[in-house]
Design a protein around this ligand. Structure first.
Ligand code: SF4
Length: 348
């Protein structure tokens, strides 16, 4: 049986055509799933009995179980979901000045092993299926609906490397972007990669105007390789030439994520190196305060962060300091999952 939330419009159309029905049925079911938010085929009111029966024979209607919810004073809410196979994933709802943004997880664990990341502490167990990503957004949209709000933005920046689960992530985006469904605008969707170069080239041909963010974090190969093993495979020069090609093809502005670590990558010398890398790209630098997950790493002080930021601005680099969310809960990506897994192990 296929999972109903893993199907995009073209899959529904193919399905209905294969059953001798018309393509417009796809719109009916998409509206039923994502607008009226049916929880079963029975609840889809614009389909007749025979079609509902046919659908229930061919598709399952899974959901995610909520294991834990943490709400911060700024409204940031972390949801720890339990998957059908017992694995945990986390999804974060962030209250932004421009709307409600959901940070989606794309894998159970992550193989990239970035040294500053809680998610990198556990190896990838498996990729998430499209429906498991769709449900992260849909369940939060349902939660917001009680307050007459909607999810307006989606960032694929949670646990996992999205480009390591490329096909499923793109299918997920096609599904949430459907104008008759959740209708999250492509420009309101961002994918973040640690720099899987072949996939950056491939993504340049993806037709939707989705934003791309590169987790650069370090301004030299020496430092980047020390904290991000992927850099040994795809060093900075290769990532940047892929970005240039991506920009040439898409004309879409890139974002470079830069997590500030005290005494590691936050000096003016580091800023100078960073400027050399991003100067000729139409890009933003997003400076990110570090949420401590490792004993030997610390967050850059506000004074040092501001100096770094001002230096970029003086040198005509588009830069912002990312607003912090959920500092009074397990704020770092993957932290709630890792802490829950530890608690469970201790109990067993
Ligand atoms: S920062 Fe991203 S790519 Fe690196 S280990 Fe964490 S989840 Fe994986």
């Amino acid at each position: 049986m296929r999972e109903i939330y893993s199907l995009e419009r073209s899959d529904f159309e193919d399905y209905f055509v294969s059953k001798g029905l018309q393509k417009y049925r796809a719109t009916q079911i998409i509206e039923g799933l994502y607008r009226t938010k049916a929880k079963s085929f029975e609840e889809i009111t614009n389909l007749n009995k025979d079609i509902k029966k046919m659908l229930s024979d061919d598709f399952s209607f899974s959901t995610l179980e909520i294991e834990k919810v943490q709400k911060a004073s700024d409204g940031t809410t972390k949801f720890l979901y339990r998957l059908a196979d017992g694995n945990f994933i986390e999804t974060v709802l962030m209250v932004q000045s421009y709307g409600y943004s959901v940070c989606v997880t794309s894998q159970v664990g992550c193989n990239m092993g970035c040294k500053f990341c809680a998610s990198g502490m556990t190896k990838r167990i498996r990729n998430l299926e499209p429906f498991e990503m769709v449900l992260q957004v849909l369940l939060i949209d349902n939660y917001l609906e009680q307050m007459e709000k909607r999810v307006s933005h989606v960032v694929v920046m949670g646990i996992g490397e999205p480009f390591d689960n490329y096909d499923n992530v793109l299918k997920f985006i096609n599904i949430i972007n459907d104008a008759k469904g959740l209708a999250i605008g492509a420009r309101h969707i961002t994918i973040s990669t640690c720099g899987l170069v072949p996939k950056i080239f491939e993504f340049a041909s993806y037709p939707l105007q989705v934003n791309l963010a590169i987790s650069l974090h370090f301004p030299s190969n020496e430092k980047r390789s020390a904290y991000m093993p992927i850099n040994k495979k795809y060093p900075i020069e290769e990532v940047i030439s892929a970005c240039k090609e991506y920009y040439k093809k898409t004309n879409r502005r890139l974002t470079f994520e830069y997590i500030l670590l005290e005494g590691v990558n936050d000096s003016i010398e580091d800023a100078k190196e960073l400027i050399k890398i991003v100067r000729h790209l139409n890009a933003y630098v997003n400076l990110i305060p570090y949420n401590k997950t490792k004993e030997d790493l610390a967050r850059t002080s506000i004074e040092r962060r501001d100096k770094f930021f001002e230096y970029l601005i003086q040198n005509h680099i588009n830069a912002i300091v990312r607003k912090e969310h959920g500092t009074d809960i397990d704020a770092a990506c993957g932290q709630l999952r890792v802490n829950t897994m530890k608690e469970k192990e201790e109990k067993e």
